[in-house]
Design a binder for this molecule. Structure first.
Ligand code: F6P
Length: 536
């Protein structure tokens, strides 16, 4: 038995789960007309309504108690101050330092890292202004019109989602493209529309060793030489964002065009670093700073707000209540905003690569559930895809609805329909429908909880706060589950086997299970046919 699941506060919550099993959320509102006011919070441009959750005052108090008896406070102080919180990789975790807008220093190995963070921001400023103004020229003297970010995971999802969410603020003469999948169709589709003389490639890879990114970068370089000529200046059209300067230079990128960041920035937490270069290129340096400021404001809230008024803490605790006591396996994230359609994919890596763990920070197997399966799609599309299961299925699926109050120009009528649909769905999930005369198959049981996050508008500031809110929610859950949210050893096995199989497939290796061997043979034969076909 782990300390956590044998603790008094954990057992109290188990008892409360039984005690409240038949409670209805709607009854909580009937019992307390002030529930909405009590269970909603505002921070800057972000409003959180957590009143439609299956928690009463006793449950909330017991959850806060669980947090107070957990390593949360200590772990939070350790993270912000640069202690080694990523214990298996023996690293600090300092994405918060990247957006530190205060004057305090942050010490790593006895050195204040803030000066180098500010220097990297200055470099980002200078370069993004050069490209956006047209001062940065291609090998023919053209200004850059297209930028291709080549990266995957945290070197793609964060910048990609943010650029997409803020398209309304993008530079009118710059187009951002993102290539991530090793499937050649991805880069082929992007390159088809581009001209080498006006295209800039950003090779974004923390380690500069990720197979997909290196293969895509090599294909991009081959395309460049083929179309620009063997003596064209690659250095003018390829920059890198990496912690591995040596490998980037070996690839042919000039040292001055390598945007460095640090090992203490996790990939899924890195959009605030130079990995955010595509964001600064798209919305400008000032916009990028506003993004950092929005996140910084959420950091200060997370650090200073009392637990019972602390957005990340409350979202994390209510999530723990659902996962560990009410049996939720998944968490749905449904942005009612097309600009946020990539947010679920970003949050999948953030949450599932952080808390998809089954061993605690001391190395003991856990005997309780940890990170949920995070999934989602934009509303109102989801209403025509999977809401049937959410309304009448057998599974308990907590939902986060996210929307912005301000409509883009000329879309007021659409935006009104979008928001009223979201309000209707959150209400329907809570109240259900068991009206007289309805047949069983027509009834909706309701009592299905949701959070509603409303942004005044989708701005760099509000988006920065939203992303930081989820980063800290994930952190709080990891701290209470006593796991390491900042390593990802589970992804190494697949990487190693992929390299091994691609080497062994020719030798018809017998080192694998019959299924893998059989499939390897099918792939080998197919490529042999294609190879001989291409030689005819
Ligand atoms: O998915 C594993 C992972 O290491 C992620 O954590 C990371 O964001 C991604 O691969 C890409 O890594 P890199 O930026 O080093 O190419």
């Amino acid at each position: 038995m782990n300390l956590l699941s044998s603790s008094v506060s954990w057992k109290k919550l188990s008892a409360l789960a039984e005690e409240t099993a038949n409670d209805r959320i709607s009854d909580y509102f009937a019992a307390d007309p002030a529930r909405f006011d009590k269970m909603s919070l505002r921070l800057g441009e972000l409003f959180l309504d957590f009143s439609k959750n299956k928690v009463n005052d006793k449950v909330l108090k017991a959850l806060i108690d669980l947090a107070e008896h957990s390593p949360l406070r200590q772990r939070r102080a350790q993270m912000f101050s640069g202690d080694i919180v990523n214990v298996t990789e023996k690293r600090p975790v300092l994405h918060t330092a990247l957006r530190n807008r205060g004057q305090d220093s942050v010490i790593v190995d006895g050195e204040d890292v803030m000066p180098s963070i500010r220097a990297s921001l200055e470099k980002l400023k200078g370069f993004s202004e050069q490209v956006r103004s047209g001062e940065w020229k291609g090998y023919k003297g053209n200004r850059i019109t297209d930028i291709v970010n080549i990266g995957i995971g945290g070197s793609d999802l964060g910048p990609n989602m943010t650029v997409r969410a803020l398209l309304h603020a993008k530079h009118p003469d710059l187009k951002l493209h993102f290539v991530s999948n090793v499937d050649g169709q991805h880069i082929k589709k992007v390159l088809k529309s581009l001209k080498p003389e006006s295209t800039l490639f950003i090779v974004s890879t923390k380690t500069f060793s990720t197979q997909e990114t290196l293969l895509n970068a090599q294909t991009a370089r081959r395309w460049f030489y083929k179309n620009a000529g063997e003596d064209a200046d690659v250095g003018q059209h390829f920059v890198a964002v990496s912690t591995n300067q040596e490998a980037a230079m070996e690839f042919g990128i000039r040292q001055e065009n390598i945007f460095e960041f640090w090992a203490w920035v996790g990939g899924r937490y890195s959009l605030w670093s130079s990995i955010g270069l595509p964001i600064a290129l798209s919305i400008g340096y000032e916009g990028f700073i506003e993004l950092l400021e929005g996140a910084y404001e959420m950091d200060q809230h997370f650090l200073n707000a009392p637990m019972e008024e602390n957005m990340p803490v409350l979202m994390a605790l209510i999530g723990i209540w659902y996962i560990n006591f009410l049996g939720a396996e998944t968490q749905a994230v449904i942005p009612y905003d097309q600009a946020l359609h990539q947010l679920p994919a970003f949050l999948q890596q953030l949450d599932m690569e952080s808390n998809g763990k089954s061993v605690d920070i001391e190395g003991n197997p856990v005997d309780y559930a940890t990170g949920p399966i995070v999934w989602g799609q934009t509303g109102s599309n989801g209403q025509h895809a999977f809401f049937q299961l959410l309304h009448q299925g057998t599974r308990f699926v907590p939902i986060d609805f996210i929307a912005s109050l301000e409509a883009d120009e000329q879309t007021t009528e659409h935006h009104f329909a979008l928001l009223t649909n979201m309000l209707a769905q959150a209400n329907a999930f809570m109240n259900g429908d068991d009206s007289d005369g309805l047949l069983d198959y027509q009834m909706c049981p309701g009592n299905r909880p949701s959070n509603v996050i409303l942004l005044d508008r989708i701005s760099p500031r509000s988006l920065g706060a939203l992303i930081a809110l989820y980063e800290h929610k994930v952190f709080v859950q990891g701290a209470i589950w006593n796991i390491n949210s900042f390593d990802q050893w589970g992804v190494q096995l697949g990487k190693r086997l992929a390299n091994e199989i691609s080497r062994n497939i020719e030798q018809k290796s017998q080192d694998y299970d019959p299924s893998t061997q059989g499939l390897m043979e099918l792939v080998r034969a197919a490529f042999e046919r294609q190879d001989s076909g291409s030689k005819k």
